[in-house]
Structure formats: C-alpha cells, structure tokens
Design a protein. Structure first.
Length: 107
C-alpha cells in the first residue's frame, strides 16, 4: 500500500505531505481498501445474480439461510453467518463477505 501511494506521488509530482485521497482521486482510482471492498461486493453480486459467472469453487462457498431453517423467516434469502471462534476466522473471506454484504444492504 505504501508503494502504491509513493508511486502515485511520483507520477503526479506531488509534495510528500499531499493527502493520499487526492492522489487517488486525480487518477480516478480506488485506494487499496476500497478496491478490496468493491471486489467483495462483486463476489456477492455474482453469487446472487450471476452464479454461472462464478468460479466453480465459489458456487458452494456460501450458504443461504433457507438451507438451515425448515420454516419461513425474514432472512430466508440472506447468506448464513457462521460463528467465528478466533480472530483468524474474522478475517476469512467467507465471514467478511457476509458481514460486508449485510452492512452494505442495510445502509
């Protein structure tokens, strides 16, 4: 991430103290964290609307709530959120996609 910022700084002849957000805006680019979040949203979108475009490994990567409940619930069509017992589990793509997708859809 630091190298990306430095490269943008050099390409734009910007001063050392120039805000990083302006460097990305000038080149019409997303910063690394926003790019990561965008890719998570693309994955969620493909899972729900274009499963044929997903890689085979991702077609069964997530579970929907209706697979766990025999009765109808409001969250029937949402992704199932598995419990994480470690900090490593909180960083896994399976967990992050569900949390990010739920937060994005609710906001």
């Amino acid at each position: 991430m630091v190298l990306n910022n430095k490269l943008l700084q050099i390409l734009q002849n910007a001063p050392r103290k120039a805000p990083v957000s302006h460097l990305y805006e000038n080149f019409n680019r997303l910063n690394i964290l926003d790019l990561h979040n965008f890719q998570l949203l693309v994955l969620i979108h493909k899972f729900f609307y274009h499963k044929e475009k997903l890689l085979i490994i991702f077609t069964s990567y997530f579970n929907e709530n209706f697979l766990f409940h025999n009765h109808v619930t409001r969250n029937r069509d949402n992704l199932h959120l598995a419990r994480c017992k470690t900090s490593y589990g909180l960083k896994c793509i399976k967990y992050k996609v569900v949390i990010f997708g739920i937060n994005f859809l609710l906001s």
